[in-house]
Design a protein around this ligand. Structure first.
Ligand code: ADP
Length: 391
């Protein structure tokens, strides 16, 4: 059977990333990003070409994106990335007005993400009214996390009232690399036991047993867990309480501290970008070096914890911009974990950037892999599956 052409849409507050994917080949026929939506002067970068323009809202951004598609190219459907699916959405779903409402109602759990994802969905449905639209959730892969792992030790009724629990995020990426790992090693996804590490601007670790997520370092929101570009990951919650007192801060200052001013950027004072941090550390910047050390140590701590959760894993998989490209981060976090059966191949690891390869030594009891993620492809494949299922 032939494939379909799916427009994969990832809408942020002021940007909209898109790819048109032919699901038969998995290839992107066009890709681009509209930046600075709503600003006086925005930018459209598509298929290697950049132009300035004014994009008043997400609708204008989607229309501009469609103009960059190859001439005569059909769009058979659209897949929208949605960050929070709450307790309701355990899998991708065809979007109708009721689904839109439900995503909106979950905005209290993800106020920075769901409203802008919804703006992308509404724009897509307006500009492309005659094709099916599918929502693909970052939380869905983690719907299998058991109660003992998703429950916070808070008053039960309060947690129930507000939906306070661990949901986990980056599920599209964790699922993609799990399925790829199974395919590469010639196994069924149901048979693999892995620790997957998505290290990009946001970072999370996931424990996978039987092809399903059984724990995530991320929590009710994408703030918990590993150190990230501008987010601190785990901190003692009393720090926020004391800062309210010491600095006279309210919600806004704390949101800004936790979402934008912490992590690699806040710690180093240099950048949230690992490339710039590595260069600064090499030039003798001690805080840049400390930021990298703290980042890698936190990964090591979670790898150890998830090993305990799983009672051993057959492989650790690195993905995301940092996981795929920063060999020194892989080495620093996993280079000295012989007790967990991990023996890295330092030379091979140093050569692997952005490609699918094993980077552990021959005979390492626990393998270490680099598997580049492709969230757009998974979104397109899931959208195709839902569309075919519905027809
Ligand atoms: P996002 O989470 O926004 O999708 P990425 O997955 O691209 O972002 O991750 C961004 C991080 O990955 C940055 O710290 C950047 O330094 C690093 N990174 C991305 N691409 C490369 C590369 N080709 N070489 C080295 N580092 C990279």
């Amino acid at each position: 059977m032939g494939g379909v052409n799916i427009l994969s849409i990832n809408a942020g507050s002021s940007s909209l990333k898109y790819q048109l994917i032919d699901t038969a080949t998995g290839e992107a026929m066009a890709r681009g990003v509209v930046e600075r939506i709503g600003a006086a002067e925005g930018r459209l970068k598509a298929n290697g070409v950049e132009r300035a323009g004014h994009f008043a809202n997400h609708e204008e951004a989607v229309s501009a994106a469609l103009e960059t598609l190859p001439g005569g190219c059909r769009v058979d459907g659209a897949g929208h990335r949605v960050v929070h699916g709450g307790g309701r959405f355990r899998a991708s779903v065809l979007i109708d007005d009721e689904v839109e409402d439900a995503i909106e109602k979950l905005s209290h759990l993800a106020p920075l993400h769901n409203p802008v994802n919804l703006a992308g969905i509404r724009a897509g449905r307006t500009v492309l009214p005659s094709v099916p639209h599918v929502a693909v959730f970052d939380t869905a892969f983690h719907a299998t996390i058991p109660a003992e792992a998703y429950t916070y030790a808070l008053p039960y009724g309060l947690a129930e009232k507000w939906g306070i629990r661990r949901y986990g995020f980056h599920g599209i990426s964790h699922r993609f690399v799990t399925e790829r790992y199974a395919a590469i090693t010639g196994r069924s996804a149901e048979s693999v036991k892995l620790i997957t590490l998505h290290l990009g601007n946001g970072c999370s670790a996931c424990a996978v047993r039987g092809g399903e997520s059984v724990d995530s370092s991320m929590g009710m929101t994408p703030l918990e867990g590993l150190v990230m570009g501008t987010r601190p990951g785990d901190i003692d919650p009393a720090i926020a309480l004391r800062l309210m007192e010491w600095e006279g801060w309210g919600r806004e200052e704390l949101e800004s501290l936790l979402n934008h001013k912490s992590g690699l950027a806040g710690l180093s004072g240099v950048s949230n970008d690992m490339r710039e941090l590595t260069a600064a550390a090499a030039a003798g910047n001690a805080r840049a070096a400390l930021a990298i050390d703290v980042f890698c140590y936190r990964i090591r701590r979670y790898v150890g914890a998830l090993f305990g959760v799983l009672n051993g894993a057959e492989a650790v998989v690195f993905t995301g911009g940092i996981g795929e490209n920063r060999d020194e981060v892989r080495m620093k976090s996993c280079g000295d974990l012989e007790a967990l059966g991990i023996r890295m191949d330092a030379d091979r690891n140093a050569r692997v950037h952005g490609e699918e390869r094993e980077v552990s030594a021959a005979g390492s009891k626990t393998a270490v892999w680099v598997i580049p993620t492709n969230e757009e492809l998974l979104i397109a494949k899931d959208a195709e599956a839902r569309i075919i299922h519905a027809t």
